[in-house]
Write a protein that binds this ligand. Structure first.
Ligand code: 5GP
Ligand code: MN
Length: 343
């Protein structure tokens, strides 16, 4: 079993935990299952250690993740700016979970940078920003941030975790691997096995996450596959365009498009997939690959973003009707470079 942490790191974290009285737990904009699983598990873990903490996220998480936090208050910066700012200014420890750059928390970035409290990063994305942090736990050879937290908590306590911590960790791992499809390693199965022994009801969680979609979301999915997906066999790529108009037509809610980006990858011969979502003044970009083609490189160079080698995202500030051409042009360049690298 791989040893993810050094003794020094664990010692320093234990010191920071012991010294802290007021902890803020942060995760990224457009929080997904791994982000919410991470912050909820961390809050409950700290509570076991007798520590008070507050979760802050930049914007609201999708409704389907709400079951994770029935009794845990989550402060949404967009809805309670002043409160979130005060909490960050007055806390003595900030725990940043599941993001590698402070730019991933948008408007909160400056407040966090200016804060004089201690800061710890726990993340699984490549190239983490280290400057603002006293301590960084970074591991990319892992399924999810929740898995990294699982091993961290196990290492700190040397004990099995209680169900209230195990459950959100399981959900974060399950969603970030797209239900055990991507980035699942031996350590991931070991974690899953331990958590099931700890009492996690995997069928219940499976049903809550993947069996709770609205009818309109399912119909939107069918419509996008039929009318809004373009397949580019020469590039081994497929992409889906989700316009504002289609969002209104199908009563789109935040989180409804979770998983859509993966759909073109189910087509034989397609290894690169993209989803473009028209939003307020910005087009949100999701990129996936099922081979060595680095969507992280592509997202950094052409889409103002980044992420993992096979799962990345970003933003575009061009009219929505120009996005498809822009994607094809950028793909042309990236594919040529990728094919030259393969020779
Ligand atoms: P998703 O496509 O699920 O929104 O994001 C996939 C991955 O890309 C996530 O791991 C996320 O961290 C990363 N990502 C998404 N949006 C951005 C972005 O705007 N900037 C950066 N640097 N990474 C992003
Ligand atoms: Mn993650």
């Amino acid at each position: 079993m791989k040893n993810f942490f050094s003794k020094e790191q664990i010692g320093r974290l234990s010191e920071l935990f012991s010294a802290a009285n007021d902890v803020v737990i942060l995760s990224h904009t457009n929080p997904d299952g791994d982000a919410i699983g991470s912050v909820v598990a961390m809050k409950r873990f700290l509570a076991l250690e007798g520590k008070k903490s507050t979760i802050i996220i930049p914007n609201k998480h999708p409704e389907y993740l709400s079951f994770l936090d029935p009794e845990v208050e989550i402060v949404v910066y967009k809805e309670h700016r002043g409160r979130a700012e005060n909490l960050i200014r007055s806390c003595d420890l900030i725990l940043a979970l599941d993001f590698n750059q402070l730019s991933r928390i948008d408007e909160l970035e400056t407040i966090v940078r200016e804060s004089i409290s201690h800061k710890v990063l726990v993340d699984h994305h490549p190239s983490p920003e280290r400057g603002p942090f006293d301590l960084v736990f970074s591991e990319t050879e892992i399924s999810s941030n929740c898995e990294l937290l699982y091993w961290l908590f196990k290492t700190i306590t040397g004990r099995d975790l209680p169900l209230e911590v195990a459950e959100p960790l399981y959900v974060g791992m399950m969603t970030d691997t797209n239900n055990f499809a991507n980035s699942v390693l031996a350590s991931t199965f070991r974690m899953a096995s331990d958590l099931i022994v700890a009492g996690v009801d995997k069928e219940r969680l499976q049903h809550l996450v993947f069996g709770g979609f609205s009818e309109s979301r399912m119909r939107l999915m069918g419509y996008l596959l039929s009318e809004r997906m373009t397949v580019l066999p020469d590039f081994e790529a497929g992409f889906i365009m989700l316009s504002k108009e289609d969002q209104e037509r199908f009563s789109f809610n935040e989180g409804d498009s979770e998983g859509f980006v993966n759909m073109p990858l189910s087509i034989k011969g397609i290894n690169i997939a993209a989803l473009f979502t028209e939003s307020e003044g910005v087009v949100r970009v999701s990129l996936r690959s099922s081979n060595d083609f680095s969507v992280n490189k592509m997202a950094r160079r052409f889409f103002n973003g980044g992420g993992h080698e096979r799962a990345s995202g970003g933003k575009l500030y061009i009219p929505f009707d120009r996005v498809a051409d822009y994607f094809v042009e950028s793909l042309n360049i990236c594919i040529e470079e990728y094919r030259n690298e393969q020779i």
